[in-house]
Write a protein that binds this ligand. Structure first.
Ligand code: MGD
Ligand code: MGD
Ligand code: SF4
Ligand code: MO
Length: 731
């Protein structure tokens, strides 16, 4: 990679964004215009302010875009948007670069060479949509409707991909969720009857395990946790094999042995129960299975957990006592990404059970139930295809998969094996499984099996790079989005929408327009016979003055009860109580109480490879963003200082990292910030796509190394089960 490609300066950025070009044209000079405006009429703002919501990660923080002469020049936080607490993070600020990135996809591209060879031909939209629809119809005829897979990432338009899949007749829809959080959702849903929101703002004690809230930003939790610590004296204890920024800001940090969190949680339960630190009335009235739990956790003493986790025994007992003393305004933070181990659902069940013992459900400083936002669904009757497969292709391999999310890894294996049937078409929108599903070689193999793959993306991701047809998508600042309800723990329950802030660049189109175009060509147009503003009107029906308020504030709040939502009501579980002991699991042959099995021992001279986040990186979608790439021009292998010395590796040395499925090379970052048995690297680097100039051939692809195990309850990917060897590369 050349130096000039690598360093895209702010000047280049403005050039690419058209600001300099506008200046060259003369009178319309934006910067000149700014000066003139301030000299002649200081009261007049030289830019238009337009509301939107950030899309650089799933949080959707509220923003106000400054638009000058049709160009977005700055993004500011929307102060009325309580969920994001007047914050727009580094990635949010760099959203501008995503829109004006010279690497952005501009026109429909048709593959001309071999898959992944990078030979493309620009074709007109009509031809592109005709071809994609024709191929989809061919696949349906040959392999039945379920012979086509549809995948969509986190987005307000993703529902239209699901809609197209449904009316086309395929049950095979996957999302990013089975690479992210389904095991965590499963565990909390099966304990409390819903997936909770953590009221960290009002909490007095937060135990954060397997989460990194000051780098992996979740709004408002990240900001609220800081406020709780600084202003309300909340204590934060972090368990992480890495010394993250969250660890650094915590009152206590323990570099837990990876994969042993369940032992720790069961020991906390052991102390809380044996020392009777719980509220007996809560346990009696609101929970199910305390006797079985008490019996079960007898074996999991703090001493046992200390051995397993590498955490001092006194610290474990003290954590339990302090959590209980602060209850119900205390919590084991529920976390989010739980794509880590093969027993992740059970690990997270143990988290949920400790919360159950603390009695923090539906209470200030605890775990909150979802509030009604008030948006209406827009129902439709999909056609029924008699001649079709009966079930999803990934059905039946794990007992409790979420039907709408499926399991990407099980789906991929089933496609590779043609078992129980064949899938030969794939439509992908705004997700990059080549970069985010472990074991990249298998994803390539899966793509090679396909008759036709269409990818709708904003950039030439690696998934797009291996497709047949690539369609350029509009960015969040260029399109109409349907309304969406957002929850922000105790901060808010609100509705957002997006309107275009600028005209779409190049030939980009919205996902909705593309799905509608495809539907029209497959005689399914009646299911897309509306515009987004019309769709929104139906969603907002019944919400008083919602459209007017959305236009005025960029957000609509529906005030409702925050705490005590379940007062006088039963929980949505089988026992109608918080299920410490899960009856449904028992019926299904799943352990009704989490049973600890020690993680596989790290083989001699090897390391466990784990994934995680940095505040300036979003999965695979920002390594090529020049404003963000400045913070991490490449990725490095975090390696423990003592281990590095044993291996003769110095900071900055090039190392080879090998797992059972792949080998990569990158520079070592030697420090005390990680345990001796664990290594870590950022994701999104060493892309195969040469149309991502900053990330192509730069650093290492973690997905080339990760093995593709999955959680045995939900099929959620397990991304912390790979062992690697690390050797110094002799130059
Ligand atoms: N190695 C590794 N794997 C992971 C993770 C990790 O950290 N490391 N994290 C896991 C988790 S928690 C998750 S949620 C998943 C996420 O997995 P993905 O959904 O694959 O997330 P991203 O890597 O962000 O890829 C998003 C894609 O959307 C494209 N995109 C961005 N904006 C737009 C737009 O406006 N329109 C369109 N059409 N495309 C757009 C980007 O160019 C990129 O190709 O990955 C999981 N897998
Ligand atoms: N800046 C930024 N923010 C983001 C995202 C992003 O890409 N960038 N992505 C968003 C998304 S989609 C998600 S799902 C969330 C994810 O946010 P989190 O749920 O916080 O997940 P991660 O940061 O991926 O991983 C959490 C931590 O677990 C540690 N860890 C690894 N193994 C173990 C173990 O066995 N035990 C314990 N206790 N810890 C372990 C890792 O070192 C890591 O620091 O972040 C969201 N916010
Ligand atoms: S956390 Fe940052 S990147 Fe994510 S939506 Fe908010 S501002 Fe955007
Ligand atoms: Mo995620």
């Amino acid at each position: 990679m050349s130096e000039s490609n690598h360093k895209v300066s702010r000047r280049d950025f403005f050039k690419a964004s058209g600001l300099f070009a506008a200046g060259a044209v003369g009178g319309a000079s934006v910067l000149g215009g700014l000066r003139k405006a301030s000299a002649a009429a200081p009261a007049v703002k030289p830019w238009d302010s337009k509301f939107s919501a950030c899309d650089m990660c799933f949080n959707k923080c509220g923003l106000i875009a400054r638009v000058e002469d049709g160009v977005v020049t700055k993004l500011d936080p929307n102060p009325k948007f309580l969920k994001s607490r007047s914050m727009l993070c580094a990635r949010g600020n760099a959203g501008i670069r995503q829109v004006y990135d010279p690497d952005r996809l501009k026109y429909p591209l048709l593959r001309k060479g071999e898959r992944g060879e990078g030979k493309w031909q620009r074709i007109p939209w009509d031809e592109a949509l005709d071809m994609a629809a024709e191929k989809m119809l061919e696949v349906r005829k040959k392999y039945l409707p379920c012979g086509h897979l549809f995948s969509a990432g986190t987005d307000l338009h993703s529902k239209f991909v699901g809609r197209l899949a449904e009316v086309y007749g395929s049950f095979n829809v996957t999302s990013h969720e089975s690479l992210c959080l389904v095991s965590n959702n499963r565990a909390f849903l099966d304990t409390f009857g819903e997936v909770p929101y953590a009221d960290v703002l009002n909490s007095k004690y937060v135990l954060m395990s397997g989460a990194n809230r000051f780098e992996a930003l979740v709004t408002p939790d990240s900001m609220d946790l800081m406020t709780a610590m600084r202003e309300h004296g909340c204590k934060l204890v972090t368990l992480d094999p890495r010394y993250t920024k969250t660890a650094a800001l915590s009152d206590e940090w323990y570099p837990i042995r990876p994969g042993t969190d369940m032992a720790l949680m069961l020991a906390l339960a052991h102390v809380i129960i044996t020392e009777k630190l719980y509220d007996p009335q809560w346990i009696e009235e609101k929970t199910y299975g305390i006797e079985q739990l008490a019996e079960h956790v007898k074996q999991y003493t703090p001493g046992f957990a200390a051995e397993e986790c590498g955490i001092p025994v006194e610290a474990i007992s003290r954590m339990a006592r302090e959590l209980a003393a602060a209850a119900p305004a205390s919590m084991v933070y529920p976390g989010r990404r739980s794509s880590d181990y093969e027993d992740s659902t059970q690990i997270r069940r143990a988290f949920a059970i400790v919360n159950g013992l603390l009695g923090n459900w539906d209470k200030p400083g605890g775990l909150l139930a979802a509030r009604q936002v008030g948006l209406k669904g827009v129902p439709y009757d999909a056609p029924w295809y008699d001649d079709n497969h009966y079930e999803r292709i990934d059905e039946g391999k794990v007992p409790m998969m979420f039907e709408h999310e499926g399991s990407f890894l099980i789906t991929r294996d089933a496609i590779l094996a043609d078992d129980p049937y064949e899938i030969r078409g794939w439509l992908v929108y705004k997700t990059n499984p080549m970069g985010t599903a472990p074991n990249r070689k298998k994803t390539i193999e899966m793509m090679n099996k396909m008759d036709f793959v269409t990818v709708v993306d904003i950039a030439m991701s690696d998934t797009a790079w291996f497709a047949d047809l690539v369609l350029p998508s509009q960015s969040y600042l260029e399109r109409y989005d349907p309304c969406s309800g957002l929850q922000g723990s105790s901060a808010c329950a609100c509705v957002i929408k997006r309107d275009p802030v600028i005209d779409p660049l190049y030939e980009s189109r919205s996902c909705f327009d593309i799905m509608k175009g495809l539907a029209n060509r497959m005689e399914l147009g009646e299911y897309f016979d509306f515009t987004i503003p019309e769709y929104r009107q139906k969603q907002l029906a019944g919400l008083n003055r919602a459209e007017e308020i959305l236009d005025r504030d960029g957000v609509y709040y529906n005030p409702s009860k925050v705490y005590g939502i379940y007062d006088g009501k039963v929980y949505k579980t089988l026992s109608k109580k918080v299920e410490l002991y899960n009856q449904r699991y028992e019926q299904m042959g799943i352990d009704p109480l989490p049973k600890y099995t020690a993680p596989a021992k790290t083989p001699k001279n090897q390391f466990r490879l784990i994934i995680g986040r940095d505040a300036t990186v979003t999965q695979t979608s920002t390594a090529n963003n020049s404003l963000l790439n400045e913070f991490h021009p490449t990725n490095t292998l975090w390696l423990n200082r003592e281990k590095a010395a044993e291996l003769g590796i110095n900071d900055g040395d090039l190392v080879q990292v090998s797992s059972a499925v792949g080998t990569q090379e990158l520079k070592a970052e030697v420090s005390d910030n990680i345990r001796g048995d664990t290594v870590y690297m950022l994701s999104g680097y060493n892309t195969l796509s040469t149309m991502q100039h900053l990330s192509h051939g730069n650093g290492a692809s973690i997905n080339e190394l990760l093995e593709d195990d999955y959680d045995e309850v939900t099929g959620n990917a397990s991304m912390h089960t790979t062992f690697v060897s690390v050797t110094r590369k002799v130059a």
